[in-house]
Write a protein that binds this ligand. Structure first.
Ligand code: GLN
Length: 308
C-alpha cells in the first residue's frame, strides 16, 4: 500500500506512452451509430490511490459514455433493495463464453446468466424502475455520489441513438416480459439506455473502482454506503463476467475485478487498495478497450496487483 501511495503522474505517463499504440489494433464500436463518431486517439489513465488521492494522465477531461460500466452501479442498487437471495431468484451467478448481447438461456422462461451481460442488466434496471425515469435517476445519483461529481448526466444523442437502434436489447426486454421476469412498460428499457449513456471521465471510473474495492467507502472516506458483503458480491461478478467472454483470460492476465463498456472505458477495483480508470475507444473482439487493457496490465505487472 505504501508503494501504491507513491504512484506519480510520471509513472502513469510512461505506461500510457508505452501502450497508446495498441489503440491502432482495435476498432471503435459502430453498432450504436453515435459511438462511431468518437475520436479514436483520445486516451486517459487515472488511479485513485489507497489514501484517496487521484492521479490523472492523458486526455483527462475527455468525457465518454459509461455503457456497461453502469451495470455494476445498477447491481449495487438492486441488491440493496431486494436482498441478494430475492434478487438472484430472477437471474444467475454464471460466467459466460458468450458476447455481451447474447440471448443465452432466455428462451422458454430461462433466466439471464448474470447481471453483467445485457439481458441480466436490462432485468436489473427494470427491477429498480417504477415510474418514468426514476430507475435511471437512482443510478445517476449513485454515480454522482461515488464520484462526488454532481454534473454527471447522460448524453442525449447517444441515448437516442441506442434507443433507435437497440433492437436486440428491445428483443431481450420483451422475452423477459414474456417470461414474467419483467413487468411494466418500456420506460424501464429506456432507463437502461439512459444509464448506458451516462457520461464520465477516466477519473470518475477510477473512483467507482475505488468504491467497490474498499467496501463501498468513497475515495474521500465517506462511509454512508459502507457494505463489505455487497462490495464482495459486485467484485465477484466483475471478475467472472465484467469483461464478458474475455473474463477468464483477463482474470488470468490481470487478476482484478474489472468492468468494461463499449464506450472504451474500463473501471478496475484493486481489492482493499485502489481504483483504476482507463479510456481509449478502440475495442477488441469482446468489446473491451484494447489500449485500456494494456495500460492496466502494465500497471498490474509493475506493482504485482493480481489478487492471485
Ligand atoms: N449500451 C450497450 C448495449 O446495450 C452496452 C454494452 C456494453 O457496453 N458492452 O449494447
Amino acid at each position: 500500500v505504501k508503494e501504491l501511495n507513491k504512484i506519480t503522474s510520471k509513472n502513469l505517463e510512461s505506461i500510457l506512452n508505452n501502450n497508446k499504440h495498441w489503440a491502432d489494433s482495435g476498432a471503435v464500436a459502430t453498432y450504436i451509430p453515435e459511438l462511431a463518431k468518437v475520436n479514436p486517439n483520445k486516451i486517459a489513465f487515472s488511479v485513485v490511490k489507497p489514501n484517496g488521492d487521484v492521479v490523472n494522465v492523458g486526455n483527462i477531461d475527455q468525457k465518454f459514455t459509461m455503457q456497461s460500466i453502469s451495470k455494476i452501479v445498477a447491481l449495487f442498487i438492486a441488491v440493496k433493495q431486494y436482498g441478494e437471495n430475492d434478487f438472484f431468484k430472477r437471474l444467475g451467478y454464471y460466467g459466460t463464453d458468450k458476447p455481451f448481447n447474447h440471448f443465452a438461456n432466455l428462451d422458454n422462461g430461462g433466466k439471464p446468466l448474470n447481471p453483467m451481460m445485457n439481458a441480466g442488466a436490462i432485468l436489473t434496471t427494470a427491477m429498480i424502475s417504477n415510474e418514468g425515469e426514476d430507475g435511471y435517476l437512482r443510478i445517476r445519483d449513485m454515480v454522482r455520489y461515488i464520484t462526488k461529481n454532481n454534473s454527471i448526466d447522460y448524453n442525449h444523442a447517444v441515448y437516442q441513438s441506442e434507443r433507435e437502434t437497440g433492437h436486440r436489447n428491445r428483443g431481450m426486454f420483451h422475452i423477459l416480459k414474456n417470461s414474467e421476469l419483467i413487468t411494466g412498460e418500456e420506460n424501464k428499457l429506456d432507463n437502461y439506455f439512459k444509464q448506458c449513456s451516462i457520461e464520465v471521465t477516466a477519473e470518475d471510473l477510477a473512483k467507482i473502482g475505488y468504491f467497490f474495492a474498499n467496501d463501498c467507502v468513497r475515495f474521500d472516506g465517506d462511509a454512508t454506503y459502507k457494505n463489505a458483503d455487497l462490495a464482495q458480491l459486485v467484485e465477484s461478478q466483475m471478475l467472472i463476467a465484467g469483461m464478458y467472454d474475455a473474463s477468464g483470460v483477463y482474470a488470468r492476465n490481470v487478476g482484478l475485478p474489472s468492468k468494461s463498456g463499449v464506450g472504451g472505458g474500463i473501471a478496475v477495483a484493486v481489492p482493499n487498495k485502489m481504483g483504476i480508470g482507463v479510456y481509449s475507444a478502440p475495442l477488441d473482439a469482446a468489446g473491451n478497450s484494447v489500449a485500456g487493457y494494456h495500460m492496466i496490465l502494465e500497471l498490474v505487472k509493475q506493482y504485482d496487483l493480481s489478487i492471485f
